[in-house]
Design a binder for this molecule. Structure first.
Ligand code: BTN
Length: 245
């Protein structure tokens, strides 16, 4: 691929027809991979989602993992990298004219349903050498999603009646990711905070976190969700969020 050849960040693009999960594959084989590597699979048999959920394998989608090797595994710095990735994907989709939004922390929504999820996994020693595997699943050209998830998930094709060039989409995401990664490195999440906030669907809405109702007030400097409950401010840096429309 031309882009990978000219990239300063991505050194390898690995294409696999079928694998259990690109994240698992990268985790198990990362010692053989360069910084940075992208592993893409046409089909996943055991696609994984956040909180030990499964990631339903749709045809003609994008399922890939980005491996970044880190000189220093600094959790405070690295956790918002997932939010940055979601922001980048949202930005690319919007350039294509898709009216997508971000659901905190890193889901992409279109017309009230999920079209993209991100699962980041860290390995290594805290404050030592490490790596982050950023797994990205985008529902692209499948006509529909299975019955059991049709109320919560959709595809770009189902919502726009358009076919998307998946190669172009992947390359645009990687270009944008690479282009702004140095800003993330230098300034952290705060550099992207305004853009994130302008597309975040949670702001001003009630959300359920671990069964508790709260009002979502703001996105903090490091990407944490700032909520209000009974007049008290509560900051949430991870957890499951259910939006009440
Ligand atoms: C979520 O929203 O729960 C995260 C979904 C992440 C899915 C992607 S698909 C590529 C990579 N490999 C996996 O097994 N999961 C991620």
């Amino acid at each position: 691929r031309d882009y990978i050849q000219s990239s300063n960040l991505f050194k390898e693009f690995i294409y696999i027809d079928e694998v259990d999960s690109t994240n698992t594959y990268v985790k198990q084989n990362q010692q053989h991979f360069k910084n940075a590597t992208v592993v893409y699979a046409e089909r996943q048999t055991q696609g994984r989602g956040r909180l030990s959920r499964r990631w339903v394998d749709l045809e003609k989608g994008i399922k890939m993992s980005i491996l970044l090797k880190l000189l220093l595994l600094d959790l405070e710095k690295i956790i918002p990298l997932t939010l940055f990735t979601g922001l980048v994907i949202n930005r690319v989709l919007r350039k294509y004219g898709v009216n997508s939004f971000i659901k905190w922390s890193n889901d992409i929504y279109l017309n009230g349903k999920k079209i993209c999820g991100i699962l980041s996994e860290l390995s290594g020693e805290v404050e030592g050498l490490g790596s982050i595997i950023i797994g990205i699943g985008i529902n692209v050209n499948a006509k529909s999603v299975p019955e059991d998830i049709k109320d919560i998930a959709t595809t770009l094709k189902a919502e726009t009646s358009q076919d998307f060039d998946r190669t172009r989409l992947i390359i645009d995401i990687l270009i944008e990711f690479e282009r702004d990664l140095s800003n993330f490195d230098k300034y952290g999440f705060s550099y992207f905070r305004d853009e994130y906030k302008s597309f975040c669907i949670n702001l001003g809405k009630e959300i359920l976190i671990n069964g508790e109702r709260m009002l979502c007030r703001d996105i903090g400097e490091n990407g944490e969700l700032v909520c209000e409950k009974d007049g008290k401010i509560i900051e949430i840096s991870s957890g499951e969020v259910t939006i009440r429309f």
